[in-house]
Design a protein around this ligand. Structure first.
Ligand code: SAH
Length: 230
């Protein structure tokens, strides 16, 4: 069964958005994944279709109402975990992406305003996921980022399954630099080793580049890498 995303949002028209194009778009048309974008507002019951209210205890902004959101969650069929996009969440990384891609799907709740009522998070067992230490105006772009990363790992989506193996983060290292023809461009030459045809030497060069780049740019990742290597 293909991976299915049930997305709860106040802006269903934002989906599939970027995921209608290129790799993810082709996979969507080929039935390798599917989605449903559910309008949270359609679960509001008053005549103004209210979805938000003032924060308890005062403060700026508005909060998504628990009753309306819970109805949306309970009224939407879904597979897998219930994720809430949130800057307070578990940082999204390739390990979590792989975990999700191995499953049947997920529900993704996109927050707006100041966020959602804490009681829904607890009562519906929502897992908060953050895409980074910055604040978006809504969870929709974060949901698109998460789904993009998951979809490319689904079976048959990427041409060469093997092209995952060397990529950034797959083994905890950043990727080595890439080059393509012409061999000399603006007086700059492709590293000679890459033109040597010596595949063992090339593999060694790539590995060394990856370690060096990671050490210089991401000491946090490099630390974990060396610890794992023992
Ligand atoms: N008041 C909140 C920010 C709300 S931003 C705070 O200070 O933490 C509105 C919505 O955007 C959030 O409910 C969440 O769904 C989404 N969002 C914002 N930043 C995000 C991030 N870094 N990762 C994932 N979702 C994010």
């Amino acid at each position: 069964m293909a991976f299915h995303a049930s997305i709860l949002t106040l802006f269903p028209e934002m989906f599939p958005g970027t995921l209608a194009h290129s790799l993810a778009g082709k996979a969507l048309r080929d039935g390798k994944w599917g989605y449903e974008a559910v309008d949270i507002r359609s679960f509001a019951t008053d005549k103004h279709r209210t979805v938000d209210d003032h924060p308890a205890g005062g403060g700026a902004g508005m909060v998504l109402k628990p009753d309306v959101l819970a109805k949306a969650i309970d009224g939407t069929a879904h597979k897998g975990p219930r994720l809430l996009m949130s800057p307070r969440g578990r940082p999204l990384d390739q390990a979590l992406v792989r975990e999700l891609a191995a499953g049947e799907g997920c529900m993704i709740i996109c927050g707006r305003f100041e966020g959602i009522d804490q009681r829904v998070i607890e009562a519906r067992g929502l897992q908060e996921v953050s895409i980074g230490d910055y604040v978006l105006s809504g969870g929709e772009p974060a949901a698109l980022v998460l789904l993009d990363a998951v979809i490319r790992l689904l079976p048959g989506v990427m041409g060469h399954d093997q092209s995952h193996a060397e990529e950034s983060f797959e083994d905890g290292l950043l990727e080595h630099p890439h080059y393509t023809k012409p061999n000399v461009w603006e007086g700059l030459e492709i590293p000679t080793i890459l033109q040597s045809g010596d595949h063992k030497a090339i593999a060694r060069w790539k590995a060394a580049q990856r370690e060096e780049l990671t050490r210089a740019r991401r000491p946090d990742l490099y630390d974990r890498f060396t610890k794992r290597k023992g």
